[in-house]
Design a protein around this ligand. Structure first.
Ligand SMILES: *[C@@H]1O[C@H](CO)[C@@H](O)[C@H](O)[C@H]1NC(C)=O
Ligand SMILES: *[C@@H]1O[C@H](CO)[C@@H](O)[C@H](O)[C@H]1NC(C)=O
Ligand SMILES: *[C@@H]1O[C@H](CO)[C@@H](O)[C@H](O)[C@H]1NC(C)=O
Ligand SMILES: *[C@@H]1O[C@H](CO)[C@@H](O)[C@H](O)[C@H]1NC(C)=O
Length: 485
């Protein structure tokens, strides 16, 4: 710390110069500590150093411990101009950084960093509804719960997260699955405008008419192109829904898998019906959780008929406002979590095989069971092809555990289980070559699976907006653009 304060005097001289006048060669090689002092004295917003109390809460502001880190400092900008100034400086200085909106990803370093600057975007916390245009302008640091509650007064909503604590920026840039997706597409499909700070500090608006290439690239482009500060989102009418969750004992799993198969096998899926099933095969207390919602105030719709005959232990499904339904969702809570995603088609033989992999006996399940608080959650998300070409089942395997010493073992066991599921899907000819980013492990090459044509196009956009690859090289975390093949 002494070193940083010592440098502060020296930096006052530097701050008198306009940024553009700073010599590139002087700034290149700058250490993160010098960068932090510089930002603190010039930016006019809060910069937290490790000695400060706020640093502790912010550096550990990510949802689970696996994503906590020790940034050199945390910058909490409040205006796009501050982001622009900071990014321009870090780019010129060659200093590493990370960007966090809500920080709900468990991926280490996706939204945090060691030896570098963490942008805590929680200061971008406004939401403005424009009834005339039918849009909401939402700050990247907002949590979906606050967005929905604000919009509820106008009886409108946006296509956003299913868990209210999740942040707007990460979910939307990762593509974003919503209980409205079968009706209106993914969260990213509903972005009319991105306000973005580019690598050189330029602020641009990317939309259908202006920077349309960047607008396209940011839909699932994660942190590869710039720092998005605000999203303009399409709004839709909302009101009461029939929704809640049902809890089942573990021995209902075979019946529930049969019901999933029947629910997904219909020729034309009712887009108002949505569900997410989570089974906890290693924890009989938790059993199976079925979150279901019908996006109209209508009881027991036919779409969920395959589930109605299976006896539940608990049942909260009733007619209630959409936001109240969302508030009742139970996210898992363990200090350390990772998750892996894969996708496959609807097929009876494959469903049985997956059931066996996640509930049967295997070295991987034994390994996880042996860890302190070791558990898995098997998430089943039926996505209709009306929402996305790569629809069907977006499968997610969560693994949770307690101790940092177990990170490698837990990750390895989870990777091995998802590989078995993927192999089964391929063997039965049912694999869908798509990995849903928001549910993916950082070990998975999500963008590589967008297809070679898309990767080439994304690289073209990167060359146009970030020719020096700042967001590839100075932002090491998250899902990166793969090299072109
Ligand atoms: C730093 O300077 C070197 C040599 O001039 C250059 O090759 C490199 O790209 C610079 N790094 C950054 C991050 O600007
Ligand atoms: C929202 O819906 C409720 C219930 O239908 C209605 O009473 C209220 O006037 C609506 N508010 C607005 C702003 O449209
Ligand atoms: C199962 O989950 C419950 C509720 O989260 C927890 O209290 C319990 O310790 C878990 N049991 C095992 C064996 O993991
Ligand atoms: C799990 O723990 C038991 C008891 O300590 C041990 O015998 C067994 O080998 C362990 N299994 C795995 C897969 O780690």
């Amino acid at each position: 710390m002494a070193r940083i304060s010592g440098l502060r005097t020296l930096l006052i001289l530097t701050t008198l110069l306009p940024l553009t006048a700073l010599s590139y060669s002087v700034l290149n090689q700058t250490s993160a500590a010098i960068a932090c002092s510089y930002l603190e004295s010039t930016l006019g917003t809060r910069v937290f150093l490790p000695s400060e109390v706020s640093y502790q809460s912010s550096s550990k502001g990510n949802w689970v411990q696996t994503a906590w880190a020790s940034p050199t400092c945390v910058v909490q900008p409040k205006t796009t101009r501050q982001v622009s100034q900071a990014i321009r400086y870090l780019t010129q200085s060659g200093v590493h950084f990370a960007i966090r909106s809500g920080g709900h990803s468990p991926a280490p370093f996706g939204a945090n960093i060691n030896d570098g600057v963490l942008f805590d975007m929680s200061g971008f916390n406004s939401v403005e509804y424009d009834a005339q245009l039918g849009v909401a302008v939402v700050g990247t640091g907002m949590r979906w719960g606050s967005v929905y509650r604000h919009l509820d007064q106008y009886n409108v909503t946006v296509v956003g997260g299913r868990i209210l604590e999740v942040g707007v920026g990460g979910l939307t840039l990762g593509s974003g699955l919503s209980y409205l997706s079968d009706l209106y597409g993914l969260a990213c499909d509903n972005v009319e405008n991105f306000e973005v700070v580019l690598a050189d500090g330029t602020i641009v608006n990317a939309n259908k008419h202006s920077h349309a290439d960047l607008w396209w690239a940011l839909k699932g482009g994660a942190n590869n192109f710039g720092v998005v500060t605000r999203f303009t989102l399409s709004t839709y009418p909302t009101g009461n829904v029939w929704g809640g969750y049902r809890v089942y004992a573990l021995d209902a799993i075979p019946a529930l898998f049969d019901a999933l198969l029947a629910y997904q096998s219909v020729a034309v899926k009712d887009p108002y019906a949505n569900l997410m099933m989570q089974a906890f095969p290693l924890n009989g207390t938790l059993g199976v959780l079925l979150n279901m919602v019908y996006n109209k105030p209508m009881e027991t719709p036919a779409a969920f008929a395959p589930f109605y005959g299976i006896p539940a232990i608990a049942d909260t499904v009733h007619i209630q406002p959409m936001t109240d339904f969302l508030a009742s969702q139970i996210p898992p809570s363990l200090p350390r979590i990772n998750w892996y995603a894969t996708s496959f088609k609807t097929d009876a033989t494959l469903f049985k095989a997956v059931e066996k992999i996640v509930t049967g006996t295997s070295a991987e399940l034994d390994t996880i069971r042996n860890l302190t608080a070791g558990s898995i959650a098997v998430g089943w998300q039926p996505i209709s092809t009306s929402a996305i070409t790569a629809g069907r089942t977006w499968f997610v395997l969560d693994v949770g555990w307690w101790n940092a010493e177990d990170d490698a073992v837990a990750n390895e066991a989870a990777a091995s289980l998802i590989a078995k599921v993927e192999e089964a899907a391929k063997n039965y000819g049912q694999h869908v070559d798509y990995i849903f980013m928001n549910d993916a492990a950082v070990q998975q090459d999500v963008i590589g699976h967008y297809g070679n044509g898309n990767v080439a196009k994304l690289r073209e956009v990167q060359r146009r907006y970030d020719p020096r690859e700042v967001f590839q090289k100075l932002v090491p975390g998250g899902f990166k653009l793969p090299p072109e093949v």
